[in-house]
Design a protein around this ligand. Structure first.
Ligand code: CP
Length: 361
């Protein structure tokens, strides 16, 4: 049984194969119409979603399988206090594979430790979103022809933007990648993403607060929403929410063949006038989500063994009589899970094995 918790659970060769299968599904959909006959996908969404949940459900239906699940925690027994571990243990008796979204970081890892069926992380708090990354990679490959030799600008909420964290991790394994990180200082990329995926990679990194300055250099502009739901203090959100608004005027200095991606939903960070520009690829990107998720479901259901690589940190962790202080970590709500921490070779402090945040004294 194999789960997908972090995009790094997949090798580059496996990602290439998923992209290739997704492209074959696009060309020959009828070939796959019964590929998952008699199989069931459960979508357990403890947090809102349009694209991820519906594309997973559409993917399973187009593979000839069935779908069950819930779209909000309040309509599940989580509202009565049931743990993530118990929920997946039970749902594994009704479904062959589970796609799960949860507001707490590390929840899918906890689920994968308890589950008898594969768990797919469909987004955990502000941490990771590996299936959005598969969607992004399929889109970049389709639109630009390669995943190498790219200058990619990530703009907006790089702190809480889980799609940004996962895509940066994925890009660390491709050749000649230049990252341009465009954010206000309050919403810069978390240190665990820099430590785990940028440091030690061959990627170059340039940080700036100016989208205008970055624009002419970019092959891909990855816009993001400022994530209101992750802010502890809503005054901070109000101050930062209009930091970047992409308009047609601002695109005047962009390359003619640049593409604009956005995981969506958008609020106001891309003017709707930009939708008509040929460089706007975000609706094509959303559509690709269904095909790559079809490929992923097929892969995970056909795999007999394997475990997520992200478990390495968990398996090498030490158990300490200390608690993670990240208020968005799954350890703050899930009962009876180990307080597990790991250390990177060049760091003299511990990180939480569930959310990767530094352990504060
Ligand atoms: N991109 C994405 O995760 O969208 P949803 O929140 O609508 O699933």
């Amino acid at each position: 049984m194999k789960s997908l918790i972090n995009i790094m659970d997949l090798s580059v060769a496996e990602i290439d194969e998923l992209i290739s299968v997704a492209n074959d599904i696009i060309k020959n959909p009828l070939k796959y119409r019964e590929a998952c006959k008699y199989k069931t996908l459960a979508t357990l969404f403890f947090e809102p979603s349009t694209r991820t949940r519906l594309s997973f459900e559409s993917a399973m239906i187009e593979l000839g399988g069935s779908v069950l699940g819930f779209s909000e925690a309040s309509s599940s027994s989580a509202a009565k206090g049931e743990s993530v571990g118990d929920t997946v243990k039970v749902v594994g008796g009704y479904a062959d594979i589970i796609a799960m979204r949860h507001p707490k970081e590390g929840a899918p890892l906890v689920a994968s430790l308890k589950s008898d069926v594969p768990i797919i992380n469909a987004g955990d708090g502000g941490h990771f979103h590996p299936t959005q990354t598969l969607t992004d990679l399929l889109t970049i490959k389709s639109e630009k022809g390669s995943l190498d030799n790219l200058t990619i600008g990530f703009c907006g909420d790089l702190k809480y933007g889980r799609t940004v964290h996962s895509l940066i991790a994925a890009m660390s394994r491709y050749k000649n990648i230049n990252l341009v990180l465009i954010s206000p200082k309050e919403l810069m990329l978390p240190d665990y993403v820099k430590e785990e995926y940028i440091k030690g990679s061959e990627m170059s990194v340039y940080e700036t607060a100016s989208l205008e300055e970055a624009m002419p250099k970019l092959d891909v502009l990855y816009m993001t929403r400022i994530q209101r739901e992750r802010f502890k203090n809503l005054d901070d959100y109000e101050r930062l929410k209009d930091s970047y608004i992409l308009t047609l005027d601002k695109l005047n200095s962009a390359k003619e063949d640049m593409i604009i991606l956005h995981p969506l939903p958008r609020v106001n960070e891309i003017s709707t006038a930009v939708d008509e520009d040929k460089r706007a690829a975000y609706f094509r990107q959303a559509r690709n989500g269904k095909f790559i998720r079809m490929a992923l479901i097929l892969k995970l259901l056909n795999e007999k063994e394997g475990s997520p690589k992200v478990l390495q940190n968990y398996n090498n962790a030490v158990i300490l009589d200390k608690a993670c202080k990240n208020h968005n970590c799954i350890t703050t709500t899930e009962q009876e899970i180990k307080n597990a921490f790991y250390k990177n070779a060049d760091e003299d402090f511990y990180r939480c094995a569930y959310c990767d945040n530094k352990l504060e004294d």
